[in-house]
Design a protein around this ligand. Structure first.
Ligand code: NAP
Length: 286
């Protein structure tokens, strides 16, 4: 039976560090690390994610401001609001809650956030730094997966990793981070010929497809590390992409949904806000 990896416990350790750095900043330089969240429309899940981030900021002593815009906002108006936040010296981190209304160019919007305030780590420049292995503002979910892996205290070099999902916010940047940890990485997607075969050879499986129960328990190699990024709403609550009970029978370690990657993703976001507020600390900054 697998060891359950407690994402909430790991995240509370990170949040304690974030809170103590925020206190130090406030006392030494009167800076209050501030996150601005841009929320377009009233999508229930998006509203609740933004609320979670506001609460986390409050608990850690960070300031948060939420810019609420109606579903009818034009892309030009949204870009102008982002530009205003980029120029606002009291704001250190900016996130634009996705998804955006149909018809908006997500890439243009995400790229409009100043790279040194891009605490989601979605800007092409920050993704490029991840690819190069240069420290910068890291995309939060891939960083959360790495915190989980590092917490296990097992040698990672040479392990076979399979990531299910190739999105720009999870699968692709994560593949770079795992390569930097010397794992041998395979990234699967909807055109992968035999997902079961790929997963069954993996020492580390990261499921990030957004398909409930896609990764079957019987595919898991005995002793493997299984990290479930997926969040799929069901009438009885959130479930992951992994068939949890059957996978837990075979895995060495497994993350639950909820209570695994999710809380750590929020913690990594706040960590980025604090680092964005100290100095940019990034190679491109003058
Ligand atoms: P996304 O942009 O929709 O990408 C999903 C990826 O999974 C795509 O690459 C897709 O392949 C692949 N995929 C979908 N169905 C598949 C199948 N049947 N077999 C193999 N591959 C399949 O999603 P995302 O934004 O990366 O998010 C993925 C999941 O993670 C979602 O459930 C999301 O809610 C969750 N998530 C959780 C957190 C957290 O904090 N816990 C953070 C971010 C995301 P193609 O490229 O071929 O279409």
């Amino acid at each position: 039976m697998a060891v359950l990896v407690d994402g909430r416990k790991l995240s509370s350790t990170i949040l304690e560090e974030v809170a103590s750095k925020a206190t130090e900043l406030r006392e030494k330089s009167s800076v209050v690390p501030t996150l601005a969240a841009v929320l377009v429309g009233e999508d229930g899940a998006s509203v609740s994610y933004v609320r979670q981030k506001e609460k986390a900021c409050e608990r850690a002593g960070l300031r948060s401001v939420t810019v609420r815009l109606p579903e009818s906002v034009t892309e030009g108006e949204l870009l102008a609001r982002i530009d205003g936040l980029n120029r606002d010296r009291s704001v250190h981190g900016i996130i634009v809650q996705l998804p955006l209304p149909r018809g908006m160019d997500v890439e243009r919007v995400v790229s409009a956030v100043a790279p040194d305030k891009d605490v989601d780590g979605f800007h092409p420049l920050n993704l490029g730094l991840v690819m190069r292995g240069t420290p910068g503002l890291m995309p939060c979910t891939p960083a959360a997966v790495c915190v989980i892996l590092d917490s296990l205290g097992i040698p990672l070099a040479g392990l076979r990793a399979v990531i299910v999902g190739r999105s720009l916010i999870v699968g692709r940047p994560l593949s770079c981070l795992l390569l930097q940890r010397d794992l041998t990485v395979t990234v699967c997607h909807t055109r992968t010929r035999d997902l079961a075969d790929e997963v069954s050879r993996a020492d580390v499986v990261v499921a990030a497809a957004g398909r409930a129960g896609l990764v079957r328990g019987e595919w898991i190699k005995p002793g493997a590390v299984v990290i479930d990024v997926g969040t799929n709403p069901t009438p009885s609550g959130l479930i992951g992409d992994v068939e949890f009970a059957a996978a837990a029978e075979r895995a060495g370690y497994i993350t639950p949904v909820p209570g695994g990657v999710g809380p750590l993703t929020v913690a990594m976001l706040l960590k980025n806000v604090v680092s964005a507020s100290t100095s940019c600390g990034m190679p491109r900054c003058p």
